[in-house]
Write a protein that binds this ligand. Sequence first.
Ligand code: GLU
Length: 467
Amino acid sequence: MTVVTRFAPSPTGFLHIGGARTALFNWLYARHHNGKFLLRIEDTDRERSTDEAIEAILSGMKWLGLEWDDEPTYQFSRRERHAEIAQQLLAEGKAYYCYASKEELQEMRETARAEGRAPGYDGRWRDRDPSEAPEGVDPVVRFKSPNEGETVIEDQVQGRVVIKNEQLDDLILLRADGTPTYMLSVIVDDHDMGVTHIIRGDDHLTNAARQIQLYDALGWQSPIMCHIPLIHGPDGAKLSKRHGALGVEAYRDMGYLPEALRNYLLRLGWSHGDDEIISTEQAIEWFNLENIGKSASRFDFDKLENLNGTYIRNSDDSYLTGLIIPLLEEKFGRKVTSEQQQMVESAMFGLKERAKSVISLADSAAFLIAERPLTYDEKALKLLNDNSKQVLDRLADRLEKIEDWSKEKIEAVVRESAEAEDLKLGKIAQPLRAALTGTTVSPGIFDVLEVLGKENALGRIRDVNKA
Ligand code: GLU
């Protein structure tokens, strides 16, 4: 059997973090089994579905590296096929027309409430002769769901879930205007797309029971169900915007690497022993349904940030440079020259040590391409007093004499200067850093000197006395 999974978002908003995790699990499961991962856009709610949301979902998935197979399926375009199946059920006596009015339905709800039952349709048109149909009323089509017995979901995460059939009322398949409902569309699409495994949030668990009833009525094999616990905020409450229930593009804009977010989402609800850093290759190799957690996971921004830092440190210098150049160009409002780009890449091994996000990485690289004279932050200004300015000037005289501008030479000269001035290395390095970067944090000072190049570095040191 070829495994076929699917991600089926409704395009009524961005691709939020819970949806992204669902997509990731489906993607991993399909890739692990050399199967297919399909994308279905559930755009049947015409009022709330938007092209922007579709775009955000597609681009969010691409950014996260969750490439789907085949063209996406747009559910709305398949409405005739959905209606056809409703007609088939009608013809087989497994569905019926229901003419109950709004008032009647309201009354049913109130009676149920008064009797302490779950509100639901009472089946009054189930066995009634269509000749009794009132004039001028467009009926809905309802599924004749079994009244007795149980429906069992052999869920891969939740275990065996048994639902009494009497708890499930006769759901609507076609609305009065002939449009199919969600429940009908989903099962027809999953069947026609050959979906073998449904992996989705456990808020769909009750739907699963209804869907299994429909599969049975149609004589179709139900896909294997896997309902994953939802993601909660750090305080245990349902994930909200405040907790980070943002679109994945917001995470990109906050400077998270897609591979770090992917790793984080994977660990949020799935485990492989105590492993925290799991590469995509390992994830594909190891992913299974057995190790999906059974309880809700908590979203933890600090953890995500630390993971992001780890991923940044382990990333290729040229990859990171490519990510921050556009940010630097935006910051300075000018093109970064290829020479400057080279400089950023050369400094990257030192810059990435401290970065927790791509944004902070770009900030820390800004000094490299800043125009002279630099602007100094407050702490830097404090270090640049009259005394240190003179020390720096004498240091510049010494550095001037270096012919081959290498880190080793530079280091030797700075150390010599410190000795000659009878200063500890730190006492000379601190104002030097202020002069070269305008700040008090940077990669190692000898690296900074080397990367800036002789002319630029000396210019910056001399600028201090001109200011
Ligand atoms: N469109 C549904 C949602 O976004 C998902 C349906 C499903 O996965 O079966 O919640």
